[in-house]
Design a protein around this ligand. Structure first.
Ligand SMILES: C[S@@+](CC[C@H](N)C(=O)[O-])C[C@H]1O[C@@H](n2cnc3c(N)ncnc32)[C@H](O)[C@@H]1O
Length: 194
């Protein structure tokens, strides 16, 4: 019973809570809700992860499977060189593109883009990378991304750390985590750097 309650609390925080509604209404964007394809990360969790990452003015922040772009909006308020979203579902990519261009979605990283396509097939951007994954796809695609990111050096955030093995197999090691009582409340950060 405890696990079921934790699951619904987690989904509510991410997709329908007062904080989500205030975020969307305040910025004039549409990031809430969930479907079979889409479920946004909870705002408080993403802010906590971004606080942990700190300023990375040389790095490109990439949300692989960016959905409607909530994480892009939050990341673009921090100091990254670029913020990029990759999304395979055309309607979600188009909503994300619309969201990040809303005038009230205040941003510090002015270079922000949404690419429609399969994160497993698209090349990664060049330069230092921070990759954000909120449970977007199966292990084989995570493994392919991790191999390519590992070859160039990167930081990878798993906001739902189910596919950790793919990262460890590609030479990443865990550098930070919020270890909670269950997978829903967990996030972990991995790096190839010493
Ligand atoms: C759980 S949602 C997370 C959305 C967003 N990252 C957030 O946290 O608000 C996962 C997203 O990954 C997308 N996705 C699934 N497979 C993908 C792929 N191969 N390439 C790009 N995006 C993909 C889904 O369409 C969905 O929007």
């Amino acid at each position: 019973m405890g696990e079921i309650l934790a699951y619904w609390r987690w989904r509510w925080q991410a997709a329908g809570s007062a904080a989500c509604v205030a975020f969307d209404e305040g910025l004039g964007v549409d990031t809430a809700g969930w479907t079979l394809d889409y479920e946004p990360a909870a705002i408080a969790d993403v802010e906590e992860i971004l606080d942990h990452l700190g300023d990375r003015p040389d790095a490109t922040f990439v949300d692989l499977g960016c959905g409607k772009g909530r994480v892009l909006i939050l990341a673009a308020r921090r100091r990254f060189r670029r913020v990029v979203g990759v999304e395979i579902v055309p309607s979600l990519a188009s909503t994300a593109r619309w969201n990040v261009q809303r005038p009230d979605a205040l941003r510090r990283s002015h270079d922000i883009a949404v690419v429609e396509g399969d994160a497993g097939a698209l090349p990664l951007p060049l330069g230092p990378l921070v990759l954000f994954l909120y449970n977007p796809f199966e292990a084989s695609i995570v493994a392919s991304v991790a191999r390519r990111a590992g070859a160039v050096g990167a930081t990878i955030v798993l906001a739902y750390p189910r596919e950790e093995k793919a990262l460890l197999d590609a030479g990443f090691r865990e550098v930070a985590r919020r270890g909670a009582s269950d997978l829903f409340d967990d996030w972990r950060v991995y790096s190839t750097m010493p």
